[in-house]
Design a protein around this ligand. Structure first.
Ligand code: PLP
Length: 420
């Protein structure tokens, strides 16, 4: 992308880039918006909006079922989006990609699909074991709790150390011949910690487990190709990677996806139906029952192209510089603890402040047009483990600036003065 120069994101390049995100150019509570809630949802650039608008204005029709031109165009657009996203994650010939409504939907599809009777044998049996790390968003924990309960399996937790880091030797100590599934995040949304997931996945796969990677916070950043990972299932959301809300992906090894019972039965996922029986379509349609969000898939693929054109390496260099700037400034404030202080590989900085509730800090920042997230970040067990309670979280994307970090630091310092 022309606006991002080779050296990174210079001031002029950043101004051009920000112009592609019209939502950023507004004032909130009388101040310029500083949108620092990107781990929750990122904003969409004009090329993504344009791709979706083009589809809706010219090609909108239902897919797969029509012989008419618009239906064929819509089907082509959907398939094209699938191929583009497979390339984006580095999927190989042995992989398939299923569209979902987001990470939560994708992870439920996996947990449900391995633990529910239906068209294929149930994978998780009574007495089997499922291992989940404690770094997880509830979306990669609660579905496994339910799956374990449904199957009479044991749920084992891979706990981080006191600083919130996962250790491969702890996983090695949990793996047994009964381990059916190991699920882990590629980046903890509550702390910004990036676990050594390549090693963890390899260990679990070596022990014969199916492996699940929650890439919601990582897929827009530099990551190994999926085909280089010991990963059976990977999930991510469109709205966290500059794409539309209500879109997401489950991508994985075809052989593993084939072991999932569908979550939704109905149109588009069947081969042949009689009044009392049905046989099911091949992947990926088998797992995509009902009319999908076709414009969303088109937008998601456009977001992937936007990120690729910008360069994940350059985006990461920029975002981790913002994170380091914010983490150092916050840690220098009295009574402030930055979680995963050394985690340089993400754009997430989460902190607790003595004598000031995150909700009050967030409200005072919003008065100055600064948008952050406060609370448990859907990762309550992790924050309980770290003994810190709710936190305030700022999270950066490619369009954020060091000036916004300065405003955040000044805004937190002001909030602490007012609240203490
Ligand atoms: N996993 C992680 C690591 C997340 O950060 C989130 C959202 O914050 C989710 C899963 C759930 O994503 P969604 O709400 O898009 O399904």
């Amino acid at each position: 992308m022309a606006v991002i120069d080779r050296a990174g994101l210079g001031a002029a390049a950043l101004a051009d880039l920000r112009a592609m995100f019209p939502v950023l150019a507004q004032t909130v509570n009388g101040a310029p918006l500083a949108y620092l809630d990107n781990a929750a949802t990122t904003q969409m650039p004009l090329p993504v909006l344009d791709a979706m608008r083009h589809f809706e204005l010219h090609d909108r029709a239902n897919i797969h079922r029509g012989v008419h031109t618009l239906s064929q165009r819509a089907t082509d657009a959907f398939d094209h989006a699938r191929q583009g996203l497979k390339r984006f994650v580095g999927a190989g010939a042995a992989h398939e990609l299923v569209f979902t409504s987001g990470t939560t939907d994708a992870l439920n599809l996996v947990a449900h699909g391995l633990s529910t009777p239906g068209a294929a044998p149930v994978v998780i049996q009574p007495g089997d074991e499922i291992i989940v790390s404690l770094l997880e968003h509830h979306a990669n924990l609660v579905p496994w709790q339910q799956a374990a309960r449904r199957c009479g399996a044991r749920l084992l937790i891979l706990r981080p150390d006191a600083r919130g880091r996962l250790q491969p030797e702890d996983l090695a100590g949990l793996l047994t011949p009964r381990t059916r599934v190991f699920a882990v995040t590629a980046c903890a949304n509550a702390t910004g910690e990036r676990p050594p997931y390549e090693t963890l996945l390899a260990l679990a796969a070596g022990a014969g487990a199916l492996t699940v990677l929650d890439a919601a916070q990582s897929v827009a950043h530099a990551m190994p190709d999926l085909s280089a990972l010991d990963c059976d299932f990977m999930a991510f959301s469109g709205h966290k990677m500059l794409g539309p809300m209500g879109t997401g992906v489950l991508v994985g090894r075809r052989a593993a996806l084939e072991r999932l019972q569908p979550l939704r039965y109905g149109g588009d996922m069947v081969a042949r139906v009689s009044a009392t029986e049905a046989s099911f379509a091949e992947l990926p349609m088998r797992l995509e029952g009902g009319t999908p969000h076709v414009a969303g898939a088109v937008g998601l693929a456009a977001a992937a192209s936007f990120i690729e054109a910008a360069g994940r390496g350059r985006i990461d260099a920029h975002v981790s510089a913002l994170r380091s700037h914010a983490a150092a400034g916050l840690a220098a404030l009295p009574g402030v603890t930055v979680l995963a202080a050394g985690a340089g590989a993400s754009g997430i900085v989460s902190f607790a402040a003595e004598g000031a509730h995150p909700h009050d800090i967030g409200t005072l920042l919003d008065e100055q047009g600064i948008a952050v997230r406060t609370g448990h970040h859907c990762a309550q067990p992790l924050l309980d483990h770290l003994g810190l309670g709710p936190t305030t979280r700022a999270s950066f994307a490619l369009y954020n600036t060091h000036e916004e970090v300065e405003r955040l630091l000044a805004g937190v310092a002001r909030a602490l003065r007012l609240l203490r």
